[in-house]
Design a protein around this ligand. Sequence first.
Ligand code: HEM
Length: 146
Amino acid sequence: MKVTFYDIILYFHIVSAILAIGPLFVLLLVIKKLNGVQQEIERSYLSLISVAVRFIMHSGHALVLTGALLILFGPWPWHTSWVMMTLGVMLLSAFFLANGFTKVLRRFEQAADKSAVLQKLWNTTWVYILLMLVMLWLMVHKPILW
Ligand code: HEM
């Protein structure tokens, strides 16, 4: 059995995808737990959320880096429709992560209506999960769209 450089990068690409998607479900659980807890507990949950968001962000970077290497060394050109679609969805998700998580989290402690902020975090997490699943489908199925 011959393992190529491409196979190794592909393996790390898939590991990064797992690490970028998995913590989103932890996020959902923690957001649910945050409703109406004492300030001290709230603070520890919030720090868990920000660690998870940072983890997702770094895994996303590893995903893009290994994806770029696969394009560079593999048979698929940049203009392949499923690659371009993934890049488009990727830009959308980067926007969601910055606007929906980082900014909202920064405002959370001072927020007057915390349950509204939690609802927003919950929705953002689901939108982000759906975007990741769309990209996962594009990657696995590789539809030729044009
Ligand atoms: C910058 C964005 C990305 C680029 C350029 C990219 C590129 C690629 C390429 C070229 C392959 C190799 C296909 C093959 O040789 O069979 C691949 C496979 C894969 N990618 Fe990505 N990718 C990107 C983002 C993502 C994202 C966001 C996910 C997950 C949500 C993902 C999950 C996967 C998976 C699971 C495979 C394996 C599919 C298979 O072997 O059938 N990728 N990617």
